[in-house]
Design a protein around this ligand. Structure first.
Ligand SMILES: [Zn+2]
Ligand SMILES: [Zn+2]
Length: 331
């Protein structure tokens, strides 16, 4: 099969590799669409510690079941259209046993630590496959994984109707969070340095937008979510909170970066700081939210490339001028 492979950090090859064979509990999915995520950029740069090389990346994907292992349940028949949760939890560490598999000590994921979906075929555990409803396109199906990260984030943040919530970063994840928080009854304000992205944020429900927090009509937010991973944005988010506010770190910062926050203010204003990491029991709700258009995937999908154009697609993501970029692996 044809696959986009990263043989070693910094290098991309499009090559013929052996077709995957399913283990007894696995199915082979003929991939249709795969989204490019910030993690893929980190994997390409050699900045994602768990990744071994060579690897075929790609963890946001949809496709069709074409081969099944001997222990796969009959209802996951050949021809079933599926969106796939890439998470591979060990099931036996203390975190898995406490129901927090996303924090698994032996964490793995399709496309991050084992070969993924920037390829014609990928082998995945049958349990990770979610059947797509008839009206859902493959492009929408490949968008379920990032939405499931946002669903987990919203659960971790906790949101009450009527709250004022600030989102820093109007990339694809910021725009998903805008829609989810808006649907939950919050008043969502979005800040991004790129003015063009704010127009989309407004279409998707933001009540106010600006290119910096200093351009907003008022601060004192009940919660602020940083989706950039950039230290100055985290500081802005913290400063924009009202007393009793919650600061959520959703964006992925480099492991060595540090923020500087006033412990006095955290104490005196009862500020809560909340992390959120990937997907936890949130894939099925995300599939439903995409199917019902609570999250409008099509509004956030900005570019589609063929598998042979993987390097160009990566450059498009790095340019910052795109929202969600997907690969049509059948092209
Ligand atoms: Zn991702
Ligand atoms: Zn575990």
């Amino acid at each position: 099969m044809r696959a986009a492979q990263i043989p070693t950090p910094g290098e991309i090859t499009i090559s013929d590799v052996p077709d995957p064979k399913p283990l007894p509990h696995e199915v082979v999915v003929e991939v249709a669409r795969t989204g490019i995520c910030g993690t893929d950029i980190h994997i390409l740069a050699g900045e994602f510690a768990p990744t071994p090389y060579p690897i075929i990346p790609g963890h946001e994907f949809s496709g069709t079941v074409v081969a099944r292992g001997s222990e796969v349940p009959a209802d996951l028949a050949d021809g079933t259209r599926v969106a796939v949760d890439p998470s591979l939890y060990c099931g036996h560490c203390a975190y898995c046993r406490a129901g927090r598999g996303n924090l698994c000590e032996n964490w793995n994921a399709v496309g991050d630590t084992v070969d993924g979906a920037f390829a014609q075929y990928v082998s995945v555990p049958a349990d990770n496959c979610y059947v797509m409803p008839d009206g859902m396109s493959f492009a929408q199906g490949a968008f379920v994984e990032p939405v499931s990260c946002a669903v987990h984030g919203v659960r971790r943040l906790g949101v009450e109707a009527g709250e004022r919530i600030l989102i820093l970063g109007a990339g694809s994840m910021g725009l998903v969070l805008t829609q989810l928080l808006n649907a939950a009854g919050a008043q969502v304000t979005v800040v991004d340095m790129v003015a063009d992205k704010l127009t989309t944020a407004e279409k998707l429900g933001a009540v106010e937008t600006a290119t910096s927090t200093s351009g907003l009509s008022r601060l004192g937010f009940d919660a602020a979510v940083d989706v950039t991973g950039a230290v100055p944005a985290v500081h802005d988010a913290f400063d924009a909170l009202g007393r009793g506010g919650r600061l959520q770190i959703f964006g992925v910062a480099p492991a060595e970066s540090r923020i500087e926050l006033s412990p006095f203010r955290i104490y005196n204003d009862e500020i809560t700081i909340v992390g959120t990491m990937a997907v936890l029991n949130s894939f099925a709700p995300a599939l439903d939210l995409v199917a019902r258009r609570v999250v409008d995937a099509d509004a956030i999908l900005s570019h589609t490339f063929g598998l042979g154009e993987f390097a160009e697609a990566i450059d498009m993501v790095k340019s910052g001028g795109s929202l969600k970029v997907q690969i049509d692996t059948r092209q």
